[in-house]
Every structure is written in C-alpha cells, then in structure tokens.
Design a binder for this molecule. Structure first.
Ligand SMILES: [Zn+2]
Length: 58
C-alpha cells in the first residue's frame, strides 16, 4: 500500500487518483474516513472525500 504525498490518500498506484500527485511507500498511521464532514481529523487534514488515508507520508 502507498500513500499520496499531498492528500495522504492510500492507494496501490504510483500516482494518486484523487489529486494526481506522486505516492510514497513511506507512510505511517492508518485513518479511515467515512464522513469527512463529521470527522475532526478529516477537517484538520483537509480531507474532502471518504476513503483510507495515512496520517503521515513522506
Ligand atoms: Zn493525493
């Protein structure tokens, strides 16, 4: 599993399907977002769509 360097979305691809940024295999902290509008963490990380995310990616 890889994580987008910009929006932190988890994906299998080399490029993020959400923002077209490169992804990295170096990430930590799993976050599942079901309702971005109701999640404080999602708001803080500026997550707009439901999905799986990494808390940190580099
Ligand atoms: Zn992205």
């Amino acid at each position: 599993m890889r994580a987008c360097k910009v929006c932190h979305r988890l994906t299998e691809d080399e490029v993020c399907g959400l923002c077209n940024s490169p992804t990295t295999q170096y990430w930590s902290g799993y976050l599942a977002v079901l309702n971005p509008e109701q999640s404080e963490i999602a708001k803080r990380m500026d997550i707009k769509s439901p999905g799986q995310y990494a808390l940190k990616a580099r």
